[in-house]
Design a protein around this ligand. Structure first.
Ligand code: NAD
Ligand code: TYD
Length: 347
């Protein structure tokens, strides 16, 4: 099968391709990515030379570019990861979120409508639990929780989810949708909480905790998310939404303290010194208090449950960031932008 993966050079997309390309030589994977600041082609070094994989640099906001990729590859399955993904950036500058997340999704759906007869193909839309807004101290998000997004990021993802469902109902584009909780693991750009804290602790820089650090996120190891997406693609019901989460609610301050402990253990340094770097900073505007997923549907229908625990996943993640110094250095120095220019500039 020809599979078009959008955003495959980002955090989750790269983990998805690194898992599936070697496992499925019978499928051909095309990675369509604009290579924004959040992308890093180094994340794909292990599969770069695989005969069932290729990369194409394109912007999903450019319909003609999307159309050209569809014409060339005629994908039967689209797995749509590409998006602007950082809430804080969506607050300081929402425009690219509206463009990439809403218009970009629209362009992909239009290309599917043009290239697939009604009922043909499959569009798998990768979305977030942030579309549901914030929970109070109790309760869980289910697939029927009403949408109530708080940030420009989550509003743009909510709009894209609605478009995907509308194209299914109106134009009979087969689709499946997953709304997942916060991911962590290798290849995550260090603007997000967990990699930022690991690298700052390693470098003895302040660990900025928003507000009082009491906001709760339901953390899931990234490869568990990738397995869930693949399970839904292969065994989920067409037209359905599946919530994906780790049943792993942790307050931000507890995440940061856990990271201080693990970084101290892994680098033979003083945990108290690292904890001393914690700095409470001004809260994020519209900061959602709590996210927590009821993953009962994907478990009962498809038998999916996470393999990694928070302890094992966090240890793996810390080790990955400590060991993969080339990846980290390139991201931190901006050197990888030069690499992109050299390797993709002429295309
Ligand atoms: P990321 O920011 O690490 O990567 C996004 C990728 O999309 C990058 O490679 C970037 O170059 C590409 N991209 C962005 N705009 C593009 C455009 N206009 N055209 C082509 N490519 C473009 O994001 P991520 O954390 O890997 O998230 C991937 C998807 O999963 C997103 O749709 C996000 O909403 C969703 N999601 C993320 C999380 C999480 O915790 N990170 C949780 C649930 C859902
Ligand atoms: P983040 O990784 O940005 O994911 P999201 O906003 O999509 O949940 O943030 C996770 C949580 O950590 C969120 O409650 C905001 C908080 N946070 C901090 O306290 N300090 C930071 O420096 C960052 C980036 C996030």
């Amino acid at each position: 099968m020809k599979i078009l993966v959008t955003g495959g050079a980002g955090f989750i997309g790269a983990n998805f391709l690194n898992l599936l390309v070697p496992r499925h030589p019978e499928h051909h994977f095309v990675n369509l990515d604009k290579l924004t600041y959040a992308a890093n082609p180094l994340s794909l070094a292990a599969i770069e030379a695989a005969s069932n994989y290729e990369m194409t640099v394109a912007d999903i906001v450019d319909y003609d570019a999307v159309e050209a990729v569809f014409r060339k590859h005629e994908p039967e399955l689209v797995v749509h990861f590409a998006a602007e993904s950082h809430v804080d950036r969506s607050i300081s500058g929402p425009a690219p979120f509206i463009k990439s997340n809403i218009e970009g999704t629209f362009n992909l759906l239009e290309a599917c409508r043009k290239h697939w007869k009604p009922g043909e193909g499959l569009f798998h839309h990768v979305s977030t639990d942030e579309v549901y807004g914030s929970l109070g101290d109790t309760g869980l998000f289910t697939e029927s929780t009403a949408y109530d997004p708080s940030s420009p990021y989550s509003a743009s993802k909510a709009a894209s989810d609605h478009l995907v469902r509308a194209y299914n109902r109106t134009f009979k584009i087969p689709m499946k949708l997953t709304n997942c909780s916060n991911n962590y693991g290798p290849y995550q750009f260090p603007e997000k909480l967990i990699p930022l804290m690991i690298l700052n602790a390693k470098d003895r820089k302040p660990l900025p905790v928003y507000g009082e650090g009491l906001n709760v996120r339901d953390w899931l190891y990234v490869t568990d998310h990738c397995d869930a997406i693949w399970a839904v693609i292969n065994e989920g019901r067409v037209g359905e939404t599946y919530n994906v989460g780790g049943h792993n609610e942790v307050r931000n301050i507890d995440v940061v303290n856990t990271l201080c402990r693990i970084v101290a253990e892994e680098t033979d340094s003083d945990e108290a010194e690292l904890r001393g770097l914690i700095t409470y900073v001004k809260d994020r505007p519209g900061h959602d208090l709590r996210y927590a997923i009821d993953a009962g549907k994907i478990k009962s229908e498809l038998g999916w449950t996470p393999k990694e625990t928070f302890d094992t996943g966090m240890r793996r993640t810390v080790r990955w960031y400590l060991e993969n110094t080339e990846w980290v250095d390139r991201v931190q120095t901006g050197d990888y932008r030069k690499w992109i220019e050299e390797n993709y500039g002429a295309r």
